[in-house]
Design a protein around this ligand. Structure first.
Ligand SMILES: C[S@@+](CC[C@H](N)C(=O)[O-])C[C@H]1O[C@@H](n2cnc3c(N)ncnc32)[C@H](O)[C@@H]1O
Length: 332
């Protein structure tokens, strides 16, 4: 969370200005605080010295409010990020601690797994859990499958974990409890009965997804995970028997870049595009690494979200198949 910004070209100016910032709203008595300092293109360029001066002035400020802290500690539970660029010093607080994508329920990773938060965002953007079936034909370690199941079961991830921000003196526990309760209720109301069909070409990935499902503690009665080749979808167990009337969402995170191990990404995406156009009639979300590959995929899209995945700029393209009920009456 961005907090404050001050301009300083000397340590004296930095100490004076930082001493006037209300850190007492965010740092509690006895907190374990650490700094992450980065300086670039600035008169104040020695990160260690900046940290020392900041520590002293913030401690002096907090002392006026009877708050005692030791700066800086190694395993801090509250990190203050400090970026000095072009002599402007910006302070942010880590609100979260352990990253949100670590859900604590997927011990086995295949290579090139998506972050859980990325998978959940793509599913949400595609309208999940408002479908009858999820098809995850390149499931890897099962990230889409696990996130989708959690949403469909009406639960929220990480709901029991703690966050550094709940220790801040400015934290309002009643407002937070109210918001949290509302989110829990909304998630429960959105839950619905769904089927999940997951596949992967690699039998090891199939085993990994099965193991991850087994330890996740999510309902798996309507989930199947099988080996199969999505570029030949009619051979996928259960694919052909998806009723035409079912609302189906297909999510795809095909391999690309280094993960393709010498393969030709355009050729793979061309074949994936053919499989979607010829054999699938529902909604979909597909991760594509760049415009050239998107052209090779050549499927209709209604939306596109750009993001970074494993340091690469990629996009998720979306198509939402209209509900049959949404179609106007013929001749209307
Ligand atoms: C980038 S990984 C998917 C990672 C997954 N989203 C996760 O978070 O774990 C791509 C997966 O596609 C699988 N794959 C590649 N070609 C395939 C094909 N023709 N049919 C099915 N799976 C395929 C690979 O074995 C690999 O597990």
């Amino acid at each position: 969370m961005r907090l404050f910004e001050v301009k300083a070209t000397s340590f004296r100016e930095l100490r004076r200005k930082v001493g006037a910032l209300p850190f007492e709203l965010y740092i509690a008595d006895g907190a374990d605080v650490g700094f992450q300092v980065k300086c670039s293109r600035s008169r104040l360029s020695h990160e260690g010295a900046v940290e020392e001066h900041l520590g002293r002035s913030i401690a002096a400020r907090l002392g006026m409010f009877g708050v005692k802290v030791e700066f800086p500690v190694a395993d801090a539970t509250q990190t203050v990020h400090v970026r000095i660029t072009d002599d402007v010093c910006r302070f942010s607080l880590d609100t979260t601690g352990t990253p949100l994508y670590l859900r604590g329920r997927k011990p086995n990773a295949a290579s090139a797994t998506l972050r859980e938060t990325t998978a959940a965002s793509i599913l949400k953007a595609a309208g999940w859990p408002g479908f009858d079936i999820l098809i995850d034909p390149m499931c890897g370690a099962g990230t889409f499958t696990l996130e989708a199941l959690e949403m469909a079961s009406g639960r929220l991830p990480n709901v029991e974990r703690g966050f550094p921000f709940t220790d801040w003196p400015a934290f309002r526990p009643k407002a937070y409890a109210h918001l949290k309760e509302k989110m829990i209720e909304e998630a429960a109301a959105a839950g619905r009965k769904t089927r999940v069909l997951a596949f992967d070409l690699d039998p090891e990935a199939v085993e990994t997804t099965r193991r991850n499902l087994a330890v996740a503690g999510l309902p798996t009665d309507h989930v199947s995970v099988e080996a199969g080749d999505f570029t030949d979808p009619l051979t996928l167990p259960g694919f052909e028997s998806i009723p035409a009337s079912a609302r189906a969402l297909l999510v795809l995170n095909p391999p690309y870049g280094k993960r393709l191990a010498g393969g030709n990404p355009k050729q793979l995406y061309r074949r994936i595009g053919e499989a979607i156009r010829n054999h699938f009639h529902g909604s979909y979300a597909v991760i594509v690494p760049g415009l050239e590959i998107e052209k090779a995929l050549s499927v209709p899209r209604d939306g596109k979200i750009l993001f970074q995945n494993g340091g690469l700029r990629v996009a998720a393209i979306f198509h939402a198949e209209p509900d049959e009920q949404d179609d106007p009456e013929p001749g209307a």
